[in-house]
Design a protein around this ligand. Sequence first.
Ligand code: 5AD
Ligand code: SF4
Length: 334
Amino acid sequence: MWTKATIEDLLFGTPDELLFREADRVRQEVCGDEVHLRGILEFSNHCWKNCLYCGLRRDNRSLQRYRMLPEEIVALAAKAAGDGMRTIVLQSGEDPWYTKDRVTAIIRGIKKKAGCALTLSLGERRERELREWKEAGADRYLLKHETANPKLFGSLCPGTTLEKRLGCLRLLKSLGYQVGSGILAGLPGQKPEDFVDDLMLLAFLDVDMVGIGPFIPHPETPLGHDPVGDSRNVLRLIAVARIILREVHIPATTALGTVEREGREKGLRVGANVVMANLTPLRFRKRYAIYPSRICAQESAEWCPECLKQRITNLGRKVSRDYGHSLKGERHAA
Ligand code: 5AD
Ligand code: SF4
């Protein structure tokens, strides 16, 4: 078991080269050369929440909002799965238009048409919704805790609390979901000590997936003039997460690829084993503007997976043909 002192030592006292080499060694030992390619469909940019850092926040009136119809979501997900995508991630803002029954119908529709794993990333939802969606066939759920500092979380995420977020994560786990959480790194007011708490929290939650990305200021938010999160810090966090959490899936995030040239490749070299291909139709992609200047806003849904496959191969790694379920033993065997 890792103590606070040993995590601090890794995070603050280990030179980049040594830390990155050890993380890559652990990744090789735990995951081998296989990289999981997940297809993400951002089906609605409506959000009733008002997180200060996010371009989809309710008060951003300059954003043209869109919603995809359930039939279109099912058709696109099934097409991607038919083309070989083993996991489909359905993501949106917190959008109550997608009621319990609508989401259930989408899950059933995809599961009937395609043999893929299904991940939901729909924010904090009610217990009865999460329960029914699991029963309908959803496999995984992503909900980042963003920051383990309760005061900072509270000031950046009006309408919720860290306690509520953690309650939701525990509930997801108890319902049998494979659960992902993670860190938004470089938020204004976030301190280096907070990252130690973030990592300890992820260990305590015993998550299956960990997403760590840099904060990128969005001009139409209250944090629009704050500095961008440091990509080297993100790479170090990914490395420490791999070393201490070991059996977890870690994506090299699109946000990392946006702030740093070859950022996703760098992530894959320091502990990450997952990349996300964007399946969102081009006509909506620019509008899913959580942060500005997102990479891959122009590429087509057909091209994204191909480009990523090429990048994976160029690193000497292999695209996995496996579902990429939890690495934590038999608990989640499909
Ligand atoms: N920069 C980077 N990531 C962001 N997210 C939200 N806003 C930003 C931003 N400005 C991330 C959060 C959230 C996910 C939907 O997007 O981590 O969990
Ligand atoms: Fe909505 Fe999520 Fe953005 Fe918060 S981070 S405003 S909940 S889309």
